[in-house]
Design a protein around this ligand. Structure first.
Ligand code: CP
Length: 357
């Protein structure tokens, strides 16, 4: 458990650990009042935790399928989704099934949530039906903290509002290690990503993926450059640096560069983000101008970052933040990110439920 200061940049507060007093909640060796194995925010992960999760992902991946299917046999997990999802929901479900877990899906669209049942009562109902852990996606930042508190179960945050998407950051990290040639067995420490410049471009303001990656990657030595117009990237984003230790040179690990072409010239990795049109109401963003200045298209990539790894958490909007030729091109790791979701989510499920002896 980190003792780092809480991040309040970008208009959100991270989950207050000390307020947790759920009926089943425990105080574990790391001092958390949430059930051991919960994955609520990357803030709760030490570098050693990250190393352990990635090593577990690799070990499970190398296991024969029949052996893997016994790792969590007869365990039960609920997927509770209040927002649409393709990648996260499917990969969590397939990861669980591959470990022998019985899964059940509850969606806000086809459940008693439509009748007004609260998150607390839905969680307690799932617990009463035998769920041993809950995977939650919710539009409200902090919802997984509440669910963990009231159920006392391990909760895996599958994306909460504009706050966190920790398993996405872990799968992004594993994708980088593999595609940058560091390998699945790379030593994970404060220097693993030394010399790696990660440009995160687009709608940073609304992106839980950007926030989780910006709070994780510099702790492994990466430099993170946030890139976008002020409407989508407020200066307050630099407040994320308060969470990170100063690096050896004393310069901040997270920087802002408004000019995408300048940012691209130094990029080892360029992580594009979807413009979240559903959250743009009230902003003065000119989409045509945005495309002109920030779209990652073939000519821009070839001219400025011909060796950079292209990533995107999805869903991608072809022709807006990225063109089809780049998304489908040789520098793209977008499909590999999806595949790594399976490996990483197996590991966080085993961490949540505890492997059979
Ligand atoms: N990356 C991601 O969270 O995608 P989904 O919304 O499809 O789960």
């Amino acid at each position: 458990m980190s003792s780092r200061p809480k991040v309040e940049a970008l208009g959100y507060k991270s989950g207050p650990i000390s307020e947790t007093k759920g009926p089943y909640a425990t105080t574990n060796a790391a001092g958390s009042a949430y059930a051991p194995g919960s994955l609520l925010t990357v803030e709760h992960l030490s570098v050693a935790d990250v190393a352990e999760i990635l090593a577990s992902a690799t070990r499970l991946e190398r296991m024969a399928a029949a052996e893997r299917a016994r790792v969590l046999v007869d365990r039960t997990v609920a997927l509770l989704f209040y927002e649409s999802s393709t990648r996260t929901r499917t990969s969590f479900e397939l990861a669980a099934k591959s470990l022998g877990v019985t899964t059940t899906l509850v969606s806000d669209k086809s459940s008693s949530i439509e009748k007004g049942e609260s998150l607390k009562d839905t969680g307690l109902t799932l617990r009463a039906l035998g769920a041993e852990a809950i995977i939650l996606r919710h539009p409200a930042s902090g919802a997984p903290f509440l669910l963990a508190r009231v159920t006392g179960l391990p909760v895996l945050n599958a994306g909460d509002g504009m706050h966190q998407h920790p398993s996405q950051a872990l799968l992004d990290l594993r994708t980088m290690l593999l595609r940058l040639g560091l390998g699945a067995d790379a030593t994970i420490d404060a220097k693993t990503l030394a010399g790696v410049n990660v440009v995160i471009a687009g709608d940073i303001r609304h992106s839980r993926v950007a926030r989780s990656n910006a709070m994780l990657l510099p702790r492994l030595g990466a430099r993170v450059v946030l890139c976008g117009p002020p409407e989508l990237l407020p200066e307050e984003a630099l407040g994320l640096n308060a969470y990170l230790d100063a690096n050896a040179s004393g310069s901040p690990a997270i920087e802002i560069e408004r000019d995408f072409d300048v940012a691209l010239r130094s990029a080892t990795v360029v992580m594009m983000l979807r413009i979240q049109k559903e959250r743009l109401e009230g902003t003065a963003l000119d989409l045509a101008e945005y495309v002109e200045r920030y779209q990652l298209h073939g000519a821009r990539l070839v001219a400025l970052a011909p060796r950079a790894l292209v990533m995107h958490p999805g869903p991608i909007i072809r022709g807006l933040e990225i063109t089809g030729e780049v998304a489908d091109g040789p520098q793209s790791a977008i499909e590999e990110q999806v595949a790594q979701g399976l490996a990483v989510r197996r590991a966080v499920l085993v961490r949540a439920l505890g492997e059979r002896a």
